[in-house]
Structure formats: C-alpha cells, structure tokens
Design a protein around this ligand. Structure first.
Ligand code: Z2T
Length: 876
C-alpha cells in the first residue's frame, strides 16, 4: 500500500493525504460529488430535488469513504502485526440500520448534520430512509451485532462471519382481523452502501457425492463470494469487519440449454445455488430439520474456515500447530457447529495432517455458546440427511464419536464396578423421553435384555450419534454434543442459564469435563442502545456525571445513584422520559393512526412471540383490567392508574399457538380501544413489524417493560438490559439475566413475581396434576374470551384450553395459570408505585445507574480474556 501511495504522490515527493476530510464544507462537497458520480443522480436535481432515498445514498456513499479509510488502515495494521484473531461464526447478525451508528461512532455527527442541512435535508429524515438489515431473528442475532460493535470498540482483532441473505427476517403485517401475515423483506432494494463486494474472494463449497478411501468427490459445487461490512468502533480508529457470504453457481448460465429453448434448465444451476443464501430461516428458538438450512450452515462455515486457513497459510505455511495461537472460532449456538467436522476435514484431507494432530488443533481453536434449553431448538440432524449432503463429514463425526466414547470407557468401567459393589443395580432413569406407547416400551425392554452390557449402556448417554428414544432406527447427530466435545470452552449466556445447562442438557458432559464450562452473561452495546437512541437522556447523564466517558465505561453510570433522591434532578429525568414517550406516541400515530395519550404509564412487551415468553399472561391480565374498568363506579375509575400497553413481536410462521396469541392481543386491542367506557384508562396496541429501528424508539419511551418468561426458560434476554439502561422499570420473573439485573439495581426496585426455576420442575412433575385453584380473575378473563367478547370463539378455543384443561394436549407447560395470581399482585404494585411519581423516577434513575454491568464491552472483555486469549491491537 505504501508503494501505491508513493507511486501516485505528486512529483515533489509529498505523499497525498488520503484521509477524507471532516470539516462541514468538505463533507458537503463530498456528498455532492458522491450524489453525482457514485449514485449517478442527475446533476440538474442535485442537491435539493433528489428524493430522500437518493439523498440517503449520497450521504452514505460519502461516509463510506471515512469508513473504508479507517477500515483499510486497521486491517493493514492487523495484518502486519499478526495478532491472534477471533472469528465470530453466526448464522445471524441483526444489524438494523447503519447511518446513525456510523456517523456517531466515527464522531462525525456535527459536521455531517451541518453539511446535510446546507444541502436541504436533515439527518434524522435520512436515517429513516434506510432499510433495516434484519439478518437475524431476535436476541441471538442482535447479540452478534452488539458483540462486533464491542470488539471494534475494544480494538480486538476479530471478524464476524455469516451469510448475506438476500431476504432477511420477514416483514410482519397484521390484517384487519388481527392475523399475522408474512411478507418478504426486500432489504437490498435501495442498494447497500455499506458493504464492499469482493468478487476476488471466493471459495468452492461442495455438497453430496461420494467418499472413496477418505477422499470426498462432491457431486455439486457452489461458489461463496465475500462481502465485507466495516464495523466502526467508538472513540478509536479501529474498524472491524463483518464478512458475509453470498452463494453463486459455478456455472452462471447454460447457453446450450437456452439455445435449445430450455429456459428453466438454462438458469437451474444458478437458481439452486442462489437459494442457499436467499432467505433467513424465521425460527426463533425452534428448529425445523430442513435440509436447506444444513446447506446454509455448511456453506458459510466452510467458506469462513477456508478463508481463515488461506490467510494463515500465507503467513505460516506448514506450521499448523501455531493455528490455535492465531485463531479462535466462536460458534454462536449450534448453527455453525459443523465447523468441528469441517476444520478436521480441511486439516486432514486438504493439509495432510494426521487425525490426532488435527484433533489437538481443533479443540483449541473452537469454542461454543449455547443460547437455549428449549429441546426443540437443539439441532439434531438425521444421520441419513447429513450423510447424504456431507458424506465425508459424517465419517469424521462418526470417528469423533467413537474415539470420544472410547476415551470414557475406563472411567465408566470404574464407575460401573463401584456401583456393582455398593448398591443393588437400579434402572437408568428414563430421563427426558416423552411418554411412549406400551408397544414401543415393550420392544425397548426386549432389546435391553438382549444387550445388557452395563458399560455400553452407560456410554450411550454420551453419544454424539444417538437414536431418538421414541423413533428407533432413526439415528441423529446431536450437534450440541458435537460442539461440546470439539470445543475448548462451552458457555451459557446468563448466570442462571450457565448453571441450568450443567444440570440438564449437558449434565453428563459437565460431569466428565467440568473445566470446559463457563458463564458469559450477555450484554448490549451502550452506543446504539443508550447514547445514540436516547440522545436527550445521554446528554443529561453526561451533564450530571461531568463526562461522556460512561459511553465506553458504563460502570461510571453508577455515579447517577447519588442523584437519585435529588428532586430537581428527578424532574429533569422525568421530562426526558416524557419527551421520549411523546416521540413514541408520534411514531405509533404515524404507523397505525392511533392517538396515544402521553400521561399514562407506558408498558411495553417486545420480543419474539413464544409460549415460554408468556405474552398470553400479559394479555389475560389486561383482559381482566378491561373487565374492572367496565364494572367500575366513577369513584373507582377516578382512582385507577391509566395505562398504555404496547406489544410487539413476530411469531415464527409455522408456530400456530404463537400466531393465535398475536391475534388475541390484536382483537383485545381493537375492542378495548374503541370502547367509550374505557377512554384513556387503557389502550392496547400491537405494533406491527417489530424490529431494531422500532426498538430504538420503543425502549427510550417505555416506563415499564415485561420480562415474564416461565422461570428456567429464557436463557438471558437482552432487551431487559436495554430497557434498564434507559431507565425503564422491569416486571419480571427470576429468570435469565433478570436475576443479575435485580442484583445490580436492587431486587426491591423490580416487580418480581412467580415461581422460580427450582419450583417449576417440581410443579410440573407433582402439584400440577391435581391443582384446581384457579384465580377467579383468571377464570373471568378466560370466560370473556370464551363468551365472545373479542369474537372468534372457535378460533381461540384451544388457546383457552391450553391453560385451563388438563389432558394429553394441554398441560399449561409454561405455568400461565399458577403464576397468574402473583403476577396480578406485582401489577397492583406497579399501579401503586406509578401514583408516586417521585419514587417511580428515583427507581428509574437507579435502573440506569445499575445497568453498567450489562454493556457488551464487559461481556466481550470476558470472552477475550477467559476464552479467546485475544488482546487489543490498536494502531496509533
Ligand atoms: C435466540 O434469539 C435465542 C436463543 C436461541 O436458541 C435462538 C434464537 Cl434465534 C437457539 C435467544 C434467547 O432466547 C435469549 O434468551 C438470549 O438472550 C439470546 O438468544 C441471546 O443469547
């Protein structure tokens, strides 16, 4: 690069200053130039007559120069220094919009705002013209986005690796009857000014075919093409990278077929290849064993590892034992766990290493994060499916499984001997298997009699390849087990979750290798989720603390505690919150045409719709509230605390129960909002198409947020952290990161209710069966649905029964009924406290003050030190 710069330097030898200029006048000129020459806008219309989307593209193109400048310098520097890198492998990166984040992180907002105004636009309007990059479902994908922001801010050498989906998370529409409809997310329709296409960086990815003497001959091949997305850190000149892969055909077009008039065949290969990176699977914490999904996973994992190994070889050809000192791959849930087999394959088949050497390297180079204990989300690929698509990988996984179990034999043998000697043999607990019919159970018993090798039996629970208990003969590969065996470290995402996985889904593995298991409590970036989305609050915090250093050192927020009782400060704090409520109210007016008053309590529950997250509990309590309003005397009404209840979230397209809940919320909202008896006492709004940009308005405007999952089910939650940062009180269960938020902000300041994680299994196994003690208010709410208050009685029938009838199909697995009474008690406390605005505001301040721990900078620092061994590498 230096040579290039010298070559183009003017003859006087003074090198050209390649840095884009940052004063408003230069920026203004640069935007104009980009509008004309990068975007190609007609010069007669520049600047005032180009439409907003075009203006956005011009500004983004100009900012891109600043990004690329710092990006190139960072990547050059890292390449020269050759530090250890972390590669964050994730099927999802939920980036949202980039304009505001880029201009803020690069500290160019002042001059850009000024330049944009001079051109006749304003920054906020252009920010709103950008499409969301919604390449993720929910928490898991947004976490990955927060993590790469923190990696750049902490100057950690690291890249994200994922898929450049052509269509991201579906757009959600709610029809007139309240049904969710899914529409394609055509997010690239206005181009993507942030990405850098790399047509020169491609890899071949094989599928299907045969293996002959360990040599794989794929029957199908596609090309993975790289797109780089610069990730700016804040208060540093480090710019990291998110490299996303697009799938393309080896052969673009079959001209022969075309000439014969076979038009479909002419493009068939292209279409099939492009399918791989076409759509994000819209499942949140559920799994569908779709072959295309496995294809997607292998596609991006193989391209990413090939890419890393190619760079490693350039610097350290042949010295493979050095790989763990130069690279670590963090696998974001089970989606990228085929990496275990792929790294082994590349090291053995391509680079000629022997098995043991390759394995030694692999287990030092991979690490694994688990994000859920929902059994339906733990990926298990049928051996037949994986073996057909990736025959060589199946061989490798089979061998890993065999060697792994062999390594345990001695230990097990000793255990079995000991058990023999001590107690009379007791039967293995049937564990998590669902109820089997008698015939199947009988068959199993027969077979057990045949086998009868206690060592084999004890070993079977460690099997990576196993039979599904209720489907004999169908062998599956448990990808989470493969990841645990193949990784140097395994972590959960909140303290309680990391304990639960050791006791449940990974219990057996924990017992034989406890040293691998760690906790890394999630965090969120305080830039996007406080400083940039809530500038008025940020300004007040900065004024109060006398510094803006809290943006990167969030523990400084604790300094707000000493002002929590100060009435004058409380008033300022309240005014900021009120302005955010107004902004939220305007947004809802613009989106839905609904007028929301701004004095009531703003209560928000936004997250994927899932039975375990219990939006149902929330809406049932609101139905009862509606009943109370309808039956109240004027005196009683005068004492009620007005509330605006806002919901948002998407239901997985095939998740029928979740879709019914969406519909119920919408139906209740329609009835309540148009009932003249209710007035401003209650408004219920379901905001369609909840996504990152809506969250950036909803969270600052919320005063109460709901995180009410059945204890033991929500691995962490991350919006709870965002709400806390923005001074929003929480009503919640002792689940996920709520527990740690309660520790940091004071449990007495949280509206805690419900059974805790230890009670839940006890309830499910015991009491649940005979319990009939339904809260009369719960019964009333269900009766209102049943009697047609919200219409569609038949449609809602099974939803009602799911929490009120005990039979084979309905068992209220998520404890909506038994937690209802305590939930109502907590809601009463909410109302009571809201009547005392000073005390409410004091607590609001304490939430922000106590949220410092939940910065993703802290999380990433822990990953870097405790798992990755990656240290900052900052150019000066
Ligand atoms: C997801 O968003 C989460 C877990 C998943 O398990 C899948 C998806 Cl798409 C496979 C969420 C958890 O539900 C949430 O508790 C957690 O905060 C988040 O991941 C990030 O760890």
């Amino acid at each position: 690069l230096e040579k290039v710069r010298e070559a183009v330097a003017p003859s006087n030898g003074v090198p050209i200053d390649w840095k884009p200029k940052s004063d408003p006048a230069s920026i203004q000129a640069d935007v104009l130039q980009n509008l004309e020459f990068t975007i190609g806008a007609p010069s007669s219309k520049i600047p005032n007559e180009v439409d907003v989307k075009t203006a956005y593209r011009g500004v983004a193109a100009s900012l891109r120069e600043h990004l690329i400048d710092a990006f190139n310098r960072t990547q050059d520097y890292w390449s020269k220094e050759d530090p250890k890198f972390v590669y964050y492998l994730s099927a999802e990166f939920l980036m949202g919009r980039s304009l505001l984040n880029t201009v803020q992180n690069l500290e160019l907002t002042g001059p850009y705002s000024e330049a944009i105004k001079k051109l006749g636009y304003d920054l906020e309007t252009l920010v709103d013209a950008e499409q969301n990059a919604a390449l993720g479902n929910g928490g898991l994908g947004r976490l990955a986005a927060c993590f790469i922001d923190s990696m750049a801010t902490l100057d950690l050498p690291g890249w994200g690796y994922g898929i450049r989906y052509k269509y991201g998370m579906f757009k959600q529409a709610i029809d007139a009857k309240g049904y969710q409809q899914e529409l394609p997310d055509i997010w690239l329709s206005n181009g993507n000014p942030w990405e850098i296409a790399r047509p020169e960086i491609t890899y071949k990815i094989g599928f299907y075919g045969t293996v002959d003497n360990f040599k794989w001959s794929p029957a199908e091949q596609v090309i993975a093409k790289a797109y780089d997305n610069p990730i700016p850190g804040y208060k540093t000149n480090t710019v990291g990278n998110l490299r996303l892969w697009e799938a393309l055909p080896l052969n673009e077009f079959d001209l022969d077929a075309f000439n014969k008039g076979e038009y479909d065949k002419a493009v068939e290969e292209r279409r099939k290849a492009e399918d791989i990176s076409a759509v994000l699977y819209p499942n949140d914490a559920t799994e569908y064993g779709k072959q295309l999904r496995l294809k997607q996973q292998y596609f991006f994992v193989s391209a990413s590892i090939q890419d890393v190994l190619a760079r490693f070889k350039e610097k350290h050809a042949g010295n493979w034992s050095l790989l763990p000192e130069k690279a670590i791959f963090q696998m974001n849930d089970t989606h990228p766990t085929i990496a275990v087999a792929e790294l082994m394959r590349l090291l053995i088949d391509q680079e000629g290493l022997d098995w043991d050497t390759a394995w030694g390297i692999t287990i030092k180079t991979l690490a694994f994060t688990n994000h859920t204990v929902m059994p339906e989300a733990l990926e298990k690929w049928p051996v037949a499916v994986l073996g057909k698509l990736l025959p060589r990988h199946l061989e490798i996984i089979d061998k890993i499984d065999t060697i792994w179990k062999d390594s345990l034999k001695e230990k097990i043998l000793a255990q079995v001997e000991q058990e023999k000697n001590s107690a009379p043999p007791k039967a293995e607990p049937a564990a998590k298997a669902p109820a089997k019919d008698d015939k199947k159970a009988a068959e199993e018993e027969e077979e057990e009699e045949e086998e009868e090798d206690p060592v084999e039996a004890a070993l079977s629970k460690y099997g990576i390849i196993t039979e599904i208990p209720w489907q004999k003969d169908v062998k599956v590969i448990n990808m989470a087990y493969l990841a645990v065996v193949g990784s140097k470290a395994v972590n959960g995402v909140a303290a309680i979750h990391s304990e639960i996985i050791k006791d449940t889904i990974f219990k057996d593995f924990y017992e034989v290798m406890p040293e691998k298991f760690q906790n890394k409590t999630n965090g969120v970036t305080p830039r996007r989720w406080l400083a940039w989305c809530n500038p008025a609050l940020a300004e007040l915090i900065t004024q109060t603390l006398g510094t803006d250093a809290w943006i990167n050192e969030t523990t400084l927020l604790a300094g707000l505690r000493q002002h929590a009782d100060d009435k004058a400060f409380q008033a300022k704090w309240r005014a900021v919150k009120h302005a955010a409520k107004e902004k939220l109210s305007h947004k809802i007016k613009a989106l839905m045409g609904i007028d929301l008053p701004t004095d009531p309590l703003y209560d928000v529950q936004i997250k994927r719709i899932h039975e375990y997250k219990r939006q149902y509990l929330n809406i049932l309590s609101l139905i009862y509230r509606y009943h109370q309003i309808k039956t109240a005397t004027p005196e009683e009404k005068a004492k009620m605390v007005p509330r605006v209840s806002i919901f948002g979230g998407k239901a997985a397209s095939a998740y029928y129960a979740a879709k019914k809940i969406v519909r119920l919320i919408n139906r209740v909202g329609t009835v309540v909002n148009s009932d003249p008896d209710v007035g401003d006492l209650l408004k219920i709004v379901f905001v369609p198409d909840y996504n990152v940009d809506l969250a950036e308005v909803l969270i600052p405007g919320a005063e109460l947020s709901q995180h009410i999952s059945t204890a033991g089910t929500e691995a962490s939650g991350t919006s709870n952290m965002k709400f806390a940062m923005n001074g929003c009180l929480i009503i919640g269960t002792m689940d996920g990161a709520n527990i740690e938020i309660a520790q940091e902000t004071g449990k007495e300041n949280m509206f805690v209710f419900g059974m805790d994680a230890e009670d839940v299994p006890v309830w499910r196994e015991g009491k649940r069966k005979e319990w009939k003690d339904y809260d009369p208010r719960f019964v009333k709410a269900l009766d209102m649905i049943k009697s047609g208050t919200f219409g569609e009685v038949d449609y809602f029938k099974d939803l009602v029964e799911s929490v009120s009838v005990m039979n084979d199909h309905n068992n209220d697995w998520f404890l909506v009924a038994p937690d209802f009474t305590d939930y109502m008690r907590a809601q009463d406390e909410v109302d009571k406290l809201y009547a005392d605005q000073d005390e409410w505001t004091r607590r609001s301040i304490l939430y922000t003050a106590g949220s410092g721990f939940f910065s993703s900078d802290r999380t990433i620092d822990q990953y870097a030190k405790e798992i990755w061994d990656v240290v900052p590498c900052k150019r000066h």
